[in-house]
Write a protein that binds this ligand. Sequence first.
Ligand code: ATP
Ligand code: MG
Length: 158
Amino acid sequence: MIDTTELSIDLPDEQSTIAFGGRLAQVCKPPLRIYLSGELGAGKTTLSRGFLRGLGHPGNVKSPTYTLVEPYEFDSVMVFHFDLYRVADPEELAYMGFEDYLMTPAVLLVEWAERGGDWLPQPDLLVHLSLTGGGRNLSLSWGSEEGKQVCRQLIAEA
Ligand SMILES: Nc1ncnc2c1ncn2[C@@H]1O[C@H](COP(=O)(O)OP(=O)(O)OP(=O)(O)O)[C@@H](O)[C@H]1O
Ligand SMILES: [Mg+2]
């Protein structure tokens, strides 16, 4: 079961979403499943960009809308960034070998995880973004002990 929200953060501009992604990356150890939820344009890809840049990715980060997944390899960690927006039938996840990703000791960042239906297990960490005026509000909840530890560390640093 996903626990109740423990952390709520205001992100007034794009830069603060990127900065939070970077902070999150510093406290995440694989294997970890992070689902990013929130409506179109909520900032899920922006946060993923901050996460990947925080680990040292120098280039652009585009949402893998058509390829569904984009791999990133760092010295100490593998990250797979998913965008399941175009998944019409959760069965498609079987065709793409999603189960193999779940067994890889990597960090999975998943946008639009809800499109995977029952195919996706509970996340360790659920990051929800919502629009607030011009900015965003972020809330964090966890679905495992590992996810809880990540939240604890973020709170300790805040
Ligand atoms: N905290 C913020 N305040 C204001 N604008 C933001 C903030 N974070 C991100 N944005 C802006 O929101 C826009 C949409 O962001 P992004 O593409 O990351 O959304 P998304 O949730 O990935 O959307 P989609 O569901 O289409 O994949 C971008 O122009 C980005 O600069
Ligand atoms: Mg996106």
